[in-house]
Design a protein around this ligand. Structure first.
Ligand SMILES: *Cc1c(COP(=O)(O)O)cnc(C)c1O
Length: 338
């Protein structure tokens, strides 16, 4: 198969291909379709995760632009900021990050442990922001101030989700199809958690450009279904436009917002149950904000019969287990916020 990304600038940051593994014990426990997991939690950079694939393209663009630093933003426990900061260190750039206090009712430790500890390890310059601001606009304003002061900053949007970053998941789509072909596997569905939309959009654009019609179900971790579909579709169209002239149909983007709970980063019973189930049956660590809710969605859809019993289903594990340390109370006690 030709590499559809051959013409794009890229720096190597990622251990790839990531493994595609079976989950036999979880499959048996749920009694549904045969379950597989694509281990993008193991991309290798600073404990790994999905942002590393995007950063291969974003950082190449930053270097090409002559940047001496990158500026980005995320929630306090952002996995994206942690991976961006690590990539910056690896490439000899500085990293400036704005962290939004997006999740309510968190204690002091929340701003020091998990991803934040690692941000400090990578010497990230951090500024906190109150919730509810347009964080990309905030980060762009900081970028322009830095430029005015003589630096050469490169702006990376939240989650690395733009048509350049999403190319990382076009690459993942291509890699996954190659693995399926080698195994003689014809999955009926891919399930992933969807937030800033770059992962979902890149996968949709990649399958589209490769002529693959396997459906992709995004479990929303923040936005209502109609907004998330709009966000993913727009980014998928702009990503695919770099690869093919074929029009992308909106019905390729599927989102289930039934597992968000009270909001972004706020634990749910299903997330805690799913995270414990994966740990205790497969020895795999999910995270409370993204992959735990994504897995809750996969389990919920199997239990409700929305995903039928036959065939093979692949869960894309996007990483994030570092933030478990910021949610210790959820896993050490019986108390769980609804
Ligand atoms: C960012 C992130 C996601 C969501 O990916 P998007 O491209 O932002 O939609 C999922 N899982 C983890 C662990 C993440 O850090």
């Amino acid at each position: 198969m030709n590499d559809i990304l051959a013409g794009f600038k890229r720096v190597e940051l990622c251990h790839q291909p990531t493994a595609l593994e079976q989950m036999p014990r979880l499959t048996k426990l749920l009694g549904g379709p045969r379950l597989w997991i694509k281990r993008d939690d193991c991309t290798g950079l600073a404990t790994g995760g999905n942002k590393t694939r995007k950063l291969e393209f974003l950082m190449a663009d930053a270097l090409d632009a002559g940047a001496d630093m990158v500026v980005t933003q995320g929630a306090v426990q952002s996995n994206h900021v942690r991976q961006t900061a690590a990539a910056a260190c690896k490439l000899g750039l500085d990293c400036y990050a704005l962290l939004e206090r997006r999740v309510p009712d968190k204690n002091e430790a929340y701003e020091q442990t998990g991803n934040v500890l690692f941000d400090h390890m990578f010497n990230t310059q951090i500024e906190f922001r109150p919730p509810g601001l347009d964080m990309n606009a905030e980060a762009l304003a900081v970028t322009e101030n830095l430029r005015a002061s003589g630096r050469a900053p490169y702006f990376i949007p939240g989650g690395g989700s733009n048509p350049i970053g999403a190319l990382g998941y076009v690459g993942a789509a291509q890699e996954l199809l190659g693995q399926c072909r080698a195994l003689g596997l014809a999955p009926k569905l891919v399930v992933l958690s969807t937030g800033s939309a770059g992962t979902h959009a890149g996968m949709v654009a990649g399958f589209h450009a490769l002529g693959c019609d396997i459906p992709i179900m995004g479990i929303s971790v923040r936005q209502p279904e109609h907004i998330q579909i709009e966000n993913v579709y727009n980014l998928a169209v702009n990503t695919a436009a770099q690869l093919t002239d074929a029009p992308l149909s909106r019905d390729r983007v599927m989102v289930d917002d039934g597992y968000v709970g009270k909001g972004y980063g706020i634990p749910t019973k299903q997330m805690v149950a799913a995270t414990k189930m994966l740990a205790q049956n497969e020895g795999i660590l999910l995270d409370p904000v993204y992959s735990g809710k994504g897995m809750a969605g996969l389990i919920g859809q199997i239990e409700s019969g929305q995903i039928t019993d036959e065939g093979d289903v692949i869960f894309l594990h996007t990483g994030g287990a570092v933030s478990l340390f910021a949610y210790e109370d959820q896993f050490l006690s019986a108390h769980v916020a609804e």
